[in-house]
Design a protein around this ligand. Structure first.
Ligand SMILES: Nc1ncnc2c1ncn2[C@@H]1O[C@H](COP(=O)(O)OP(=O)(O)OP(=O)(O)O)[C@@H](O)[C@H]1O
Length: 317
């Protein structure tokens, strides 16, 4: 069926939405950055997340969310996929290297050089196979970039990862052993004015991007997913992959300072029009819960941005 596109990305910062039913009517929305339908994973990564790595290594806590309607590509953007092309098989690609600066990296998706030498050092580090696979999403790219960056800066560091999901109001540790869906409840003590702390999650210390990626994949297998009319593998939970970097900084005169940066990479469940997704009974109830929690997170973000004295972390049903 031929469908009409009602959305036009008129620039990098503007989207025009046309109303096909009303002749000539259109509305323009402004954004910090717009990625059109032909945008590639690497463009999204370089523009949105690459600048954040610097902040994390300076000891800040940062969060990147994927938020949107079901089937619009949140999981594709955050996790990405793996190319079938053998050139991108990571085990073959451990020594893969490509062009070495931001501009040239735009070309890297298309042109891959495999070499048995170690990747070349560059402005942004050693872009390995993870960066070169055009389908790699934000999380693998972040891991690759982060390990490159600590290597270049020669910072003494420890990297830990945590991976959990929020499904039907429960927190499930995705890193506990495969068949054991460890449920963790948030208690009053876990919430303070500035942050919600989830206690008792398994933390894995990782020494390389590949090791961390294997953990990501293991956790993804445990995520709650279901097939709907709009997405055959629709995520039914909000997933949070956190990377914690402990660093030791050498100061002048032999002094040392510890600092910790954290990056939370969040793939939210999609909002769903129950009529369109075909959800019924338990699935309809589940979709209602997801919509409610997305509404709540929107309210929390608005309250934080407006610096309200009360942040509605807890909603009353
Ligand atoms: N930019 C893209 N290029 C190619 N395929 C894409 C792209 N974005 C999404 N897809 C494909 O569209 C389908 C739905 O994407 P995805 O599962 O990422 O959506 P989602 O927003 O996470 O959905 P949900 O909220 O239901 O979990 C997947 O098969 C994915 O491979």
């Amino acid at each position: 069926m031929k469908s009409l596109s009602v959305v036009e990305c008129s620039s990098n910062e503007e989207v025009i939405v046309k109303e096909p039913s009303v002749d000539g009517t259109s509305r323009t929305f402004a954004f910090d950055r717009v990625f059109g339908p032909n945008s590639r994973q690497i463009e999204v990564y370089m523009s949105v997340v690459h600048p954040v790595i610097k902040e994390v290594l300076a000891g800040y806590n940062c969060t990147v969310f994927a938020y949107g309607q079901t089937g619009t590509g949140k999981t594709f953007t955050m996790e990405g996929e793996r190319s079938n092309n053998e050139s991108f098989t990571w085990s073959n690609c451990l020594y893969g290297c490509g062009s070495t600066n931001g501009v040239e990296n735009e070309q890297m998706d298309l042109k891959i050089h495999l070499s048995l030498q170690r990747p070349r050092r560059s402005t942004y580090g050693y872009f390995g196979a993870i960066m070169q696979d055009p389908l790699s999403g934000i999380i693998p790219r972040t891991l690759s970039n982060l390990f490159d960056e600590v290597g270049i800066q020669q910072v003494e560091h420890t990297v830990r990862v945590i991976f959990f999901e929020v499904y039907s109001e429960e927190i499930i540790d995705l890193l506990s052993s495969l068949n054991d869906k460890t449920k963790i409840r948030l208690d009053e003590k876990s919430t303070n004015k500035d942050a919600v702390v989830v206690r008792g999650l398994k933390t894995e210390t990782v020494c390389s991007a590949n090791e961390a990626y294997a953990i990501l994949q293991r956790g993804c297998l445990k995520r709650h997913k279901a097939s709907t009319l709009l997405n055959k593998e629709s995520s039914k939970s909000h997933a949070i992959f956190s990377i914690v970097v402990d660093m030791k900084e050498e100061l002048l005169e032999g002094e040392e300072r510890q600092k910790t940066g954290q990056l939370n990479l969040v793939d939210l469940a999609g909002s769903e029009n129950i009529g369109q997704s075909g959800a019924m009974d338990k699935k309809a109830h589940e979709a209602g819960g997801i919509n409610q929690s997305l509404l709540t997170i929107g309210r929390v973000i608005t309250a934080l941005v407006e610096r309200k004295s009360h942040i509605p972390y807890r909603y009353v049903q």
